[in-house]
Write a new protein. Structure first.
Length: 236
């Protein structure tokens, strides 16, 4: 897949096949108004009254009712079976950022595959929005305006080390790895947390209420592209 299927100057909401809460979808669409589904995620979107402009994947999970409702023009079949539908959809989107919903709460292997895709495509800004958390792949440098006392967890999917400012337990000099040291439940002690990493592979986990702070750190100027002005606040 060389050419993107969906191109956007604003954020894109990507609906995966796991359970999707109505409030999660609404929160994502307020920030990323273009709607795309990964295969059976289209059924999740339609159930909440939203019609995706594109459905991408091998389309083996899409219901007959959704096919009929969407029509063939919105369906984009990607037949290769090496990657998941989420991976296929993510790499088919060219946008400043992607907000993904429906990536947790279902099958564990699907959830792990989504995290794998974040690392595989770390050049793309993709944030996973769930009932309690927001998860994203850390860029080489990231400054986040958070609140003192906030939870900030680091989980490596590759061998990686880095430096931090503004965390109760600094990470300088530590080597992280999936089968070694991880960074669960660190705490913010300053208004700005600065993170630096020497390689791809680190996931950052924040409380759901810090979605906008994560976007500010990853996509400066994203608010000016929101549909209908300032988005509603993200809450836990």
């Amino acid at each position: 897949m060389n050419q993107p299927i969906v191109e956007s100057s604003r954020g894109v909401t990507l609906v995966a096949g796991g359970p999707v809460a109505r409030r999660d979808l609404a929160l994502a669409l307020a920030r990323a108004p273009r709607l795309v589904a990964a295969d059976g995620g289209a059924d999740r979107a339609l159930a909440h009254g939203h019609c995706p402009e594109a459905v991408i994947g091998d389309l083996d999970s899409l219901s007959d009712a959704a096919r009929a409702s969407l029509g063939p023009a919105r369906l984009h079949l990607v037949t290769e079976q090496v990657t998941t539908d989420f991976d296929k959809a993510l790499r088919a989107i060219a946008a400043p950022f992607v907000l993904a919903v429906g990536t947790g709460g279902g099958r564990v292997d699907h959830a792990l595959a989504v995290l794998n895709a974040l690392v595989r495509h770390h050049d793309r800004v993709c944030l996973l929005l769930g009932p309690q958390d927001v998860v994203f792949h850390a860029p080489p440098r990231c400054d986040l305006r958070l609140r003192v006392g906030d939870r900030l967890s680091l989980f490596p999917l590759a061998a990686v080390s880095g430096e931090s400012v503004g965390l109760r337990w600094p990470i300088a000099g530590l080597g992280f790895a999936p089968g070694g040291r991880i960074g669960t439940s660190n705490a913010v002690i300053a208004p700005v947390v600065s993170l630096r990493f020497d390689a791809p592979g680190m996931l950052v986990v924040l409380a759901r209420a810090r979605l906008d702070a994560a976007l500010d750190g990853l996509v400066p100027g994203w608010r000016s592209r929101c549909a209908g002005g300032a988005p509603p606040p993200a809450r836990g």
